[in-house]
Design a protein around this ligand. Structure first.
Ligand SMILES: Nc1ncnc2c1ncn2[C@@H]1O[C@H](COP(=O)(O)OP(=O)(O)OP(=O)(O)O)[C@@H](O)[C@H]1O
Length: 572
């Protein structure tokens, strides 16, 4: 998107907060006028009352001066508060849109995006937009108004002296642009360096086992020290530019005061301007500094804010979303039929090739095949995480594409290989499957599955925190939680992905028994990695290189490895 259309789109969003924006603008105008008033009042006090010795008017002028100060304080507070409110509202709305997008996006959306990148867009980019496009822009408007107001007031008092005073403004702009720009860039660099440190820490904590196993402690330490040192250097650069920048801005601003005193003094001596005007000019000249710096820095940061906005809209506009439209199914008989199903994750690289598979209601099939054969992909298609590239999948005779994804998934119990446990207790982790269920329901289901005793042996039983339990529980034990989750849904179809890595024999038995309980009376698709479960299925479907290589009646254990080896040899 071009910068202009990007900005206009953002402006439309910001303008929807009309009331808040209105108050902020009124506050900006009020504070600008109040700031302009005090030097003018000083001029009136000197020229009309102090020099002509009309002291009786002074209390009145002093009161007006005080009122101007109070108004300045009031409007500035109002401006700060409402600018922040506007900014926070815009921020909230952008963050909501981004987060909602993540929740409704399909799996293609996540394929090329890292968690860090998404987090950074939701946190940092939105913050940048708030700082620069909302606070910065309103601050910029306020500064432009101030500059225009000061020039108008000075022109009104003395056009000649105004021109002389403005002589130092170009110098101020150069200082603000050159040193201010460097200072801001150095600041940006500190933020990047700090982010680098935090990412190193994050990665080393998540990968601590790998680091230990490969004896990489020294290397990550070195990387950390390097990032740490670079952060120090970046901060020192900020200190240097800050040390140079503000004093230089002060000096250029004082330069205009010197011009006012010299030239204004001369004009006053000649009687062209009054003493009060010279004093007012001294004050006005000093008020240029802040606004000029603001406007210059605004221009400077706009580019990075627009880049942040671009990154935000890129996510909001991503078209890889899941639609939840379609027929709402209350219950399914559980018949699943694959008709000439082809599927590819990436164009022209089919992962499933012409799959035809009949799964009658209540039947149990096992999918077997070597790693990468396409078993999980079949499960993904049944869950409608993806739709077939060609062909169709029918549920009770209805094309899956016509059924609402949400209602379909509601009827499917999915037990993945690796169970994700959310922060919260074991109880809460099981309850997410069915928020309408009670504690008693969960306990009943766990008893049915034969895992109640196992949960009761955990430190706090059902109330053991999952964060703790996540580490405490083995892969197989976590799968038990997933089976309970699926069972609580009382689904019509279950998809079970057996844990790949070795599970201790006792847990394996528990898992298998729980799986069999969950499968009872339900259409079941098991991605089997061990022969044990094959005794309990009606049909074994061997997948090889994205195709159904053979279908074998179930009810017996077969030598899985032998079958796969046989297929490979046939290929050769
Ligand atoms: N999101 C994806 N994007 C691109 N290719 C993918 C994606 N997911 C899987 N694949 C590829 O699709 C093929 C089938 O993968 P799938 O996960 O279905 O195999 P699998 O039989 O379940 O293997 P495993 O037993 O190891 O889980 C593999 O070649 C895999 O690399």
């Amino acid at each position: 998107m071009g910068d202009k259309s990007l900005f206009l789109r953002f402006l439309r969003e910001a303008l929807s907060q009309r009331r808040i924006l209105g108050i902020a603008v009124v506050a900006i105008i009020g504070s600008t006028l109040a700031t302009l008033a005090s030097p003018y009042l000083l001029r009136v006090a000197i020229d009309h009352y102090i020099i002509p010795r009309k002291l009786e008017g002074l209390p009145f002028i002093a009161t007006l001066y005080l009122l101007a100060l109070v108004a300045q304080w009031f409007f500035t507070t109002l401006q700060t508060y409402y600018t922040e409110m506007l900014g926070q509202n815009v921020l909230k709305s952008l963050r909501r849109q981004l987060y909602e997008k993540i929740l409704v996006s399909n799996l293609d959306f996540f394929k090329n995006r890292s968690t860090g990148d998404l987090v950074s867009r939701i946190i940092n980019d939105t913050n940048m937009v708030n700082d620069i496009l909302v606070s910065g822009l309103l601050g910029g408007i306020s500064s432009i108004l101030s500059i225009a107001g000061i020039i108008a007031a000075m022109l009104f008092l003395s056009p000649r002296l105004t021109l002389a005073t403005l002589l130092s403004v170009p110098l101020m702009v150069v200082v603000a642009y050159y040193f201010g720009g460097r200072m801001r860039r150095a600041y940006r660099e500190t933020r990047e360096k700090v982010a680098k440190i935090s990412s190193i820490v994050e990665e080393s904590v998540s990968g601590i086992e790998t680091i230990r196993a490969f004896g990489k402690e020294k290397d990550v330490e070195k990387e950390f020290s390097k990032a740490s040192l670079e952060t120090v250097k970046a901060y020192l650069r900020v200190a240097i530019y800050m040390g140079l920048f503000w004093p230089l801005m002060n000096i250029t601003s004082l330069l205009s005061v010197i011009i006012v005193i010299a030239y204004g003094g001369y004009l006053a001596y000649k009687g062209t301007v009054s003493i009060g005007v010279v004093v007012a000019f001294v004050q006005y000249a000093q008020r240029f500094r802040g606004p000029i710096n603001n406007v210059v820095s605004m221009y400077d940061s706009l580019q990075s804010a627009l880049a942040a906005l671009d990154r935000i809209y890129e996510i909001i506009d991503d078209e890889n979303v899941e639609s939840y439209e379609g027929i709402e199914v209350e219950r399914l008989n559980g018949e699943i039929k694959f008709e000439n199903v082809w599927f590819e994750y990436e164009k022209d690289r089919p992962v499933l090739k012409d799959i035809n598979l009949d799964i009658p209601p209540g039947s149990k099939i096992a999918l077997v095949g070597k790693t990468g054969a396409g078993k999980t992909t079949i499960a993904n298609l049944i869950m409608r995480f993806y739709d077939p590239t060609r062909g169709r999948i029918l549920y009770d005779g209805i094309d899956g594409r016509k059924i609402s994804r949400k209602s379909l998934r509601n009827r499917i119990g999915y037990v993945p290989q690796e169970t994700y446990l959310f922060p919260g207790t074991i109880m809460e982790n099981i309850l997410i499957a069915n928020p309408g269920a009670s504690r008693e329901d969960v306990i009943r289901v766990c008893k049915q599955l034969g895992i109640h005793e196992f949960i009761m042996r955990l430190p706090k039983g059902y109330d053991t925190p999952a964060g703790e339990a996540g580490k405490l529980l083995s892969l197989g034990e976590r799968q038990l939680i997933a089976i309970a989750r699926a069972m609580l849904k009382d689904p019509d179809i279950v998809i079970l992905d057996e844990a790949l890595s070795s599970v201790d024999p006792k847990t394996e038995r528990l898992v298998q028994e729980a799986m069999l309980k969950l499968m009872e009376g339900r259409t079941s698709i098991i991605i089997a990695h061990r022969p044990g479960i094959l005794r309990y299925v009606d049909k074994i479907v061997v997948i090889h290189d994205g195709r159904i290589a053979m279908e074998i009646p179930g009810g017996r254990e077969i030598n899985l490895e032998g079958v796969i080896r046989g297929l490979e040899e046939m290929e050769v």
